[in-house]
Write a protein that binds this ligand. Sequence first.
Ligand code: OOG
Ligand code: MG
Length: 255
Amino acid sequence: MSFDTQSAGLFLDKAARTATAVPQFDSGAFDVDTAYAIQQASIANRFQRGERLVGMKMGFTSRAKMVQMGVRDMICGRLTDQMMVEDGGVISRAAYVHPRVEPEIAFLLKRRIHGPITPLQAMDAVEAVAPALEIIDSRYKDFKFSLEDVVADNSSSSGFVIGAWARPDQDLSNLGMVMSVDGRPVEIGSSAAILGHPARSLAAAARLSAQRDIPLEAGSIVLAGGATAAVALAVGASVTLEVQNLGRCGFTVGE
Ligand code: OOG
Ligand code: MG
């Protein structure tokens, strides 16, 4: 029996659009391939509303994130222009179910990447790097999910902030990352937490791009994945991320 990916996609898109928590799917209801088909069906609704694909987010590329969410495999999701939050901007708490924020590194591509490549080859396709904050928001009740659930839900992708782009020809292997809320550090980590080097996440993105049919072209953005656990967002919070040698970015949470 085949799972109805179209209705599941519509269901999750509506949950995101209306910021409403929904129940998890039954365990074993569908496999990972089907989960990506649901993700695609869900995102198709956004495209129909005029949104544009701008890149890909990687998930569970650090141990801290895997431990926090109890999920072990790397995943990916689609990023659209509508999810972009201006650096220094304000988000509306009401637009989310239960938003969290995590510190990331973003890559801007100058060429297409597609299929298995090495981290070095991946870096060769990079135009610029930047500090980034990802705002994740699971549409599932209590922010709990199986690997299949979260993939279907576009890997919790919901918003992202990117700081000023910096030159990619620098050592990205062990950059200190400090995420602060209202000026107090809440998570401290290193870019090394992302698979040992964020370029490994970019290489994995190239592989997933081919495997899951998510184009990564010149101009696409790739989020390498949270370097630390994510932190819940409350109204009034002012979040900043400072990445060693790269710079900072931030946003605040309004009603
Ligand atoms: C899933 C998304 C994971 C990351 O950076 O590891 C992710 C979630 O934690 O809800 O974005
Ligand atoms: Mg993330």
